[in-house]
Ligand binder design. Structure first.
Ligand code: SF4
Length: 533
């Protein structure tokens, strides 16, 4: 960006920034003069996508030689070892494909890279890239690259050199390290970053998996930390060796199972190497479930935030659900940052939150109070009898209880055998007053317009303490635990409000909500508090 040009001058062409957007862009510009990381609480109606695109337009361009190297695949030749240090362009990292699609829809020049299963192979069009012939016979890839025919690899290269691209976190982490340096790295849905990092640095191992990968090791017990570390070390070594063997087997005898074994083994080796490299700094939690599956999960993610942030010269973390920014920054190991709460033009009267304080649903009172809460839910649904809605149950137990006790044919329950995607399609196609009932629709689900003009949050979404990592963190840092619950609550309350024109009333029927919210007023964003009726 020229030194005279202001950041707001890069607002996407064809759109006029609202006063609030100009103010926000100016605040971010000022903040970036002081710090490299900005945390932005950006509720519905802020225009997060416009903000991201503004940064993309303002970003430095990649040099011609970098673009040529990437587009000609020379940059992927390990023998050339060019070790690029170009920090240019802007990448937006998201959790959901639908958010990537929204960016693309709004800004057609945005280059979006999705997982391999989203692209069809050019050589065998009935197969996706995940299962294409080059997976079992890697030499095929060379020809496809030379002829520039592969839709996945061509799109990957285009996204890398684009000044504005979107990836999901996993795809981004899998890109070659020297080809993903950005002028601006924008983490959308940034409240999910901790979970993404935990996932990236965790492994689950069963005896069955070791057998499939042909790794001759026994799972260790969980109480001797040194033995677990030795296991990780040995397994990493064996997995690396086994991967080479599986690659050979795949080349000499191409088959789906050989390809699966090779891919699984190589991913397993990568995971173990990541864990080994961070063993000392992250304090891993080791556990085994009732099926004997060993899990190794980082307790702290402070040292891991850097594994993403190092790929941006300037980093914008934005989310509608940044709760307690100090705790958030500390959790991710961010020391120096600016926090900005974006102004919103959203009318809280269009999305009131009504809390019933009658019945608490905690561990002790659930059994006694759930029937009473169910009656309340029935009354609310009957009141909204000609509208579509959603009920967020938080647990399978509550979903089943509601199924057994709510009257009416309008309810579509999440059960074994159906998933949220199928339920959402059925809900959208239903011409009547259907209500979806699910424990897992508080994140990443768009219930826009008429899809939900009312929704009910049955229980405050506290993470289960049966999870060992959660339990340890709960004991060490109650702030973290309550923040996680509040993130889930604010996320859930936002499902029916996807644009400033949306209208949706949210009922919270867990009587513990008022106290939990009152105790955290200083941590919760203003736009959320304004909605409480
Ligand atoms: S590289 Fe070739 S074989 Fe592999 S997915 Fe692409 S088009 Fe298919």
């Amino acid at each position: 960006m020229s030194s005279k040009k202001k950041l707001i001058d890069n607002f996407p062409k064809g759109f006029t920034p609202r006063a609030g957007q100009t103010e926000l862009v100016n605040q971010i510009e000022e903040a970036f003069k002081e710090v490299d990381i900005v945390i932005c609480s950006a509720p519905t109606g802020t225009g997060k996508s416009f903000l991201a695109k503004t940064l993309g337009n303002a970003s430095d361009k990649y040099t011609d030689s970098f673009v040529d190297d990437v587009m000609s695949y020379a940059a992927f030749n390990p023998n050339l070892n060019r070790n690029y240090k170009e920090f240019a362009g802007a990448s937006v990292l998201t959790i959901t494909k639908s958010l990537q699609d929204q960016y693309k829809e709004l800004f057609p020049s945005c280059e979006s890279l999705k997982g391999k299963s989203n692209y069809q192979c050019k050589i065998e069009p009935e197969l996706d890239v995940e299962t294409a012939p080059c997976v079992t016979t890697p030499s095929i890839k060379k020809g496809c690259w030379e002829d520039h025919i592969c839709p996945y690899y061509e799109q990957r290269n285009t996204a890398i050199v684009s000044r504005f691209s979107t990836y999901n976190y996993k795809m981004f982490m899998a890109l070659p390290t020297d080809l993903k340096n950005n002028h601006y790295l924008i983490c959308d849905e940034a409240s999910e970053l901790e979970g993404e990092l935990v996932d990236h640095f965790s492994v689950r191992v069963s005896a069955k998996l070791l057998k499939f990968l042909k790794i001759d090791l026994k799972l260790p017990g969980i109480h001797n930390y040194n033995k677990v570390l030795n296991f990780v070390r040995d397994a990493a070594g064996e997995a690396n060796e086994a991967t080479a063997g599986h690659l050979k087997a795949m080349k000499s005898k191409p088959s789906t199972v050989n390809a699966q074994r090779y891919r699984a083994c190589s991913q397993f080796a990568d995971k173990l190497t990541r864990i080994l490299n961070t063993w000392e700094t992250c304090e891993y939690v080791v556990d085994k479930d009732k099926d004997g599956i060993l899990s190794i999960i980082p307790l702290y993610v402070q040292p891991l935030g850097h594994s993403i942030f190092k790929y941006g010269k300037k980093i914008l973390l934005m989310s509608a659900t940044i709760i307690d920014h100090k705790n958030y920054a500390e959790t991710l190991g961010i020391e120096k940052y600016r926090y900005i709460e974006a102004p919103t033009t959203f009318d809280p009267d269009k999305a009131p939150i009504i809390i019933s304080g009658k019945y608490k649903l905690n561990f002790k009172s659930l059994h006694e109070n759930l029937p009473k809460v169910t009656k309340l839910i029935q009354e609310i649904c009957d009141y909204h009898d000609d509208e579509k809605g959603a009920i967020h149950t938080h647990t399978n137990h509550i979903t089943t209880f509601l199924k057994e006790n709510l009257d009416g044919q309008r309810f579509n329950y999440r059960e074994v055998g159906n998933n949220n995607e199928q339920m959402l399609i059925a809900h959208a196609e239903h011409e009547g007053n259907s209500v979806i009932v699910s424990p897992s629709m508080t994140h990443g689900v768009d219930l826009k317009g008429d899809l939900a003009t009312f929704q009910i949050i049955v229980k405050l979404p506290y993470a289960p303490l049966a999870d060992k990592r959660t339990k340890i963190l709960f004991e060490k840092n109650k702030n973290w635990y309550s923040s996680q619950m509040l993130i889930g609550l604010v996320q859930g309350c936002g499902r029916g409000i996807r644009s400033i024109d949306d209208e949706c009333v949210t009922y919270i029927v867990d009587g513990g909500a008022t106290q939990a919210i009152n105790m955290s007023k200083d941590k919760l964003p203003k736009y959320f508090l304004d909605r409480i009726a």
